[in-house]
Design a binder for this molecule. Structure first.
Ligand SMILES: [Mg+2]
Ligand SMILES: [Zn+2]
Length: 187
């Protein structure tokens, strides 16, 4: 059966500051609750993360994999999980098709899961990558004000000027609550 899906940005959305490399990333406490809520309501929680630090040689793929496993272990302690996590390790110069706002990671997710793309959401803090991606896949986009979210709405608004967020949330937990309401799931 097709399931609703929330594509979740990592840095600035689920934790961290937005632009640092992932080795220093830690979950915001409310991010664990947000992912739990998705899991409990049978909504796919799929991580999608641009990791150009890998292409730039600032971290290795192995360091990324090790960190991701630590984060998954942390979720497991809190009885929650990602249904999948997809990573674009490239930089602009690599001309890949997966670096957000391009849609390669979403295409991969569609191959591996039975997604209800009529009930698809992207939650992220960067307008030019996350909100433009939402538009590119015809999903609803929710911009969070953590990470670089406020900057996306202010000094960087011109970088995604043709797109509007469907909702602006204080953080990922409020975003997930909005999504549950949008899907008419009672809590
Ligand atoms: Mg981000
Ligand atoms: Zn890529």
């Amino acid at each position: 059966m097709k399931k609703p899906v929330v594509f979740l940005d990592f840095q600035g959305t689920l934790g961290g500051e937005g632009l640092e490399d992932i080795t220093s990333f830690e979950f915001f406490p409310f991010a664990l609750e947000a992912i739990q809520l998705l899991n409990k309501n049978n909504i796919l929680a799929i991580g999608i993360t641009n990791q150009s630090h890998i292409s730039k040689g600032l971290i290795t793929m192995e360091e990324y994999d090790t960190k991701l496993q630590l984060l998954k272990d942390k979720l497991a302690i809190h009885n929650s999980f990602f249904d999948s996590v997809y990573c674009c390790p490239h930089d602009n110069k690599d001309h890949c098709n997966c670096r957000k706002p391009l849609t390669g990671m979403i295409e991969k997710a569609k191959e591996e899961h039975d997604l209800d793309m009529q009930k698809a959401y992207v939650v992220g803090d960067m307008g030019m990558s996350d909100m433009v991606l939402a538009k590119n896949i015809n999903a609803k986009g929710i911009l969070v004000l953590t990470g670089v979210g406020r900057g996306s709405l202010n000094e960087h608004r011109s970088s995604w000027q043709d797109v509007n967020a469907d909702y602006i949330a204080e953080n990922v937990l409020e975003a997930v609550r909005w999504i549950l309401n949008d899907l008419k799931i009672n809590l």
